[in-house]
Write a protein that binds this ligand. Sequence first.
Ligand code: ADP
Length: 204
Amino acid sequence: MEENIVWHNHRISRAERAEIKNQKPCLIWFTGLSGSGKSTIANALDVALYQRGYHTFLLDGDNVRHGLNKDLGFSDDERVENIRRIGEVSKLFADAGLIVLSAFISPFTSDRRMVRNLFPAGEFIEVFMNTPLEACEERDPKGLYKKARAGEITHFTGIDAPYELPSHPEVTLDTTQYSVDQCVDKLVSYLRDRKLILECSGAG
Ligand code: ADP
């Protein structure tokens, strides 16, 4: 089947789509334990970029599992497929010229590498939410650690399933050391320094 499918080159390139938005396409990939602050920081960055006039799209783990990936469970194979689809969807949004923010635990190095390899060098920004397990568990915003400790959830990352530490993340954030605003400032500076966002207009 696949050999009969021909790739069509678009007349407008991804670079051109991004250029009129004053930005470069990229994927900001938040990884870390549940409760480490991925959704909070991704959302806050999304707002900060939107207010400055940039064009973004936020993909959140739970939301994706309600739609695109609702046929997938939590077996090893299904977790890999979950991340693969998210990577491919992120790539499509980036091809549309957007800055894509993705917040998924993504505990395995191989899965994160698979997504990284979908992107040109410099356009995959791995943000490691290096919040200690104790702090995540104390916050327990969704009550999941409590359930995991009680044995009501099994294969819970950090409790009875592994989290493989990123070896070379582009950005590392510990939310016990930095406030939400400080984390966002660091990320905006990173994007600015690498010319992924070109000039700030509007508020902020
Ligand atoms: P994740 O998406 O990684 O599961 P969440 O963003 O849902 O994590 O939860 C993080 C929790 O920690 C939230 O309740 C948030 O309010 C709290 N929190 C406290 N301080 C910070 C901080 N500096 N950065 C991010 N989250 C923080």
